[in-house]
Design a protein around this ligand. Sequence first.
Ligand code: GUN
Length: 296
Amino acid sequence: MSSVSNLIDGRAIAEQIHQETAQRVAALKSRGCQPGLTFIRVGEDPASRVYVGMKEKACQRLGIASNTRVLPEKTSEADLLRLIHQLNQDPSVHGILVQAPLPSAIRASVVFSTVAPAKDVDGFHPVNVGKLMLGDPTGFVPCTPGGVQELLLRSNVPTDGAEVVVLGRGDIVGKPMTSILCQKGRGANSTVTLCHSRTRDVSGHCRRADVIIAAMGVAEFVKADMVKPGATVIDVGVNRVPCVTGKDGTKLVGDVDFAAVQPVAGRITPNPGGVGPMTIAMLMRNTVCAAEMAVA
Ligand code: GUN
């Protein structure tokens, strides 16, 4: 495989989705509805600040009204829940996103269950998790795994009958990714193996896979000898590692050893520029869906 032609360009595909979303925003506005998304950030986690900033910028570009509520690190769970209840009642707010991770004194499961399912554009509420598992299209699909499915679909990577290995069993990516790909339907119908820290012979599973989706949060875990020649490799990882030449002595790397794996893979996502932009595109799309449902 040549060195550049096998890249899956997440930025270009995210851009297509943004254009579709912008048209839907315009249609909503012509009906007198201004889509609105509120972010809640608790504390000053540097990565969360960057992520919320990028999401706000995408809202601005698409004409979605965004508002960010920043609460101090020491905020009580009760105060956070009160704010969510207020936003649940506010008709100008169509989507609510509570940025994870939350301080350890706050129970994330309680917080995510408090967001009204109809405004849960993250797809973390148990009702939306259940709808995803049941294949009910009226729920919200979490943005990162939804974005991976969209990348596969729009890059014509076959999933029907494909052996897919998902690495990592997190609630935000690994588990919903598995639910998405095992459903009946386009961009799914896969035979999915979910590998995690207790899996015996992860390499053996990976070597059989037509598609590997790496989301376990271990820097450069996927090596060339774990990939079947021609397989598709999707890197969801964002890991900060020490680097003497990097700014502030660190750099970001994915869960895939990109330089080693790219020559073996049939298709591969760059990182950055692969899954990241898709997460934002899917969030914008979910927000517009929420607004459309609110005015329907
Ligand atoms: N932290 C990392 N990914 C996500 C996400 O998709 N949504 C939220 N709310 N927090 C995150």
